[in-house]
Design a protein. Structure first.
Length: 351
């Protein structure tokens, strides 16, 4: 008799009795052995089914839930997997949009509170070892300051604390899906990236991802700097460097991961640009950027940063003090050169 599936077949003679277990168990063993020996489409199907059977999604694992979510959207909508990943990403961003707006509102108020907050902190640090009464007074000042500006200190942290696990879960979920749905993902793409299990052969997706991330940083750098004038510029430059470093790394990722990452970055960029519009900010209660603090450098444009780095490499001065020193040194050098030239001419006349 015969037993087979998906193009592979294995025969068992009626004179070969099943020594261990029932007849069905024997057939299952023969079928599995045949699938392992086979190659081609049937073997790929078997590997996919084995991977799905071995996978046990856990309710607390956000990557597993991301896989379930994309597969659910795929089955309900009939979209290919690239479209399903895009649709799932849009749904997640739509759900957390109120949280992002709340974070922007809190960050705008934190930016306005910084000058007074720094004064209070410096006064408290100048006390050295404050007494219990001084500690209580400091706490009351901070509480009064937050109440006056309608600032909830943890509101600006709630957005990243909730968004980050969701984004990480989707990232690792899309890394896992090509292994679970290899056959479906190999033909589930669109345009030039039809195989979602392989990296983008044209490198277009990694470039779009890196450029959109860099554009997002540039569009929102003022809020980041205003909210934290001390370390804000350093964070902006760190994110800029990350955008460039990430591109070659992303060229090794399967296209399925970039089908999530690219639209996610683009949505973030559009959201950042829209929330900068005065009418939108006014309607949502997001305050305008505060005036610069006197004596504090806040211009950290990308072009200015790169020019500064080039000057440092070339040994050129980048600070006002260094420029003044270089100018004075040039003047002294010219004076010495003029004196040497004058003395040389005098010796020639005398000789």
């Amino acid at each position: 008799m015969s037993y087979g599936g998906h193009g592979q077949r294995r025969f068992l003679s009626s004179s070969e009795p099943a020594k261990d277990g029932s007849f069905d168990e024997t057939m299952d063993k023969i079928f599995i052995a045949a699938q392992r020996e086979a190659t081609g489409e049937g073997d790929a199907w078997f590997v996919d089914e084995a991977a799905k059977a071995a996978w046990e999604p856990k309710w607390w694992n956000l990557a597993d839930q991301a896989v379930n979510g994309v597969h659910f959207v795929h089955e309900m909508s009939g979209l290919h997997y690239a479209g399903s990943i895009f649709a799932t990403t849009c749904l997640i961003r739509l759900v957390i949009l109120p949280l992002a707006i709340r974070g922007q509102r809190a960050a705008s108020r934190m930016a306005h509170i910084q000058p007074e907050l720094q004064v209070i902190k410096k006064r408290y640090e100048a006390l050295g070892t404050p007494t219990q009464a001084e500690q209580k007074a400091f706490a009351e000042q901070m509480k009064s300051l937050f109440a006056r500006y309608d600032v909830k200190p943890f509101a600006s942290l709630a957005a990243p604390l909730i968004q980050a696990p969701l984004f990480i879960g989707m990232f690792f979920g899309m890394k896992k899906m090509p292994e679970l749905y290899t056959t479906e993902f190999s033909t589930g793409g669109i345009l030039w990236f039809t195989d979602l299990t392989l990296p983008d052969p044209t490198y277009v997706l990694p470039l779009i991802c890196g450029l959109s991330f860099l554009a997002t940083i540039e569009s929102g750098k003022e809020m980041m700097i205003d909210s934290n004038p001390t370390s804000g510029p350093m964070l902006v430059n760190a994110f800029r460097a990350m955008a460039f470093v990430a591109v070659p790394v992303m060229t090794t990722f399967p296209a399925a991961m970039l089908c999530y990452w690219v639209p996610n970055n683009c949505i973030t960029l559009v959201q950042s640009v829209v929330l900068r519009h005065p009418v939108v900010r006014n309607q949502l209660g997001i305050w305008d950027r505060p005036k610069p603090i006197p004596g504090m450098q806040t211009d950290v444009g990308f072009q200015e940063t790169m020019q500064k780095l080039v000057k440092q490499v070339q040994g050129e001065p980048t600070t006002e003090a260094a420029k003044i020193k270089k100018h004075n040194d040039e003047i002294e050098s010219k004076k010495r050169l003029a004196q040497v030239s004058k003395a040389t001419r005098a010796r020639r006349r005398d000789g």
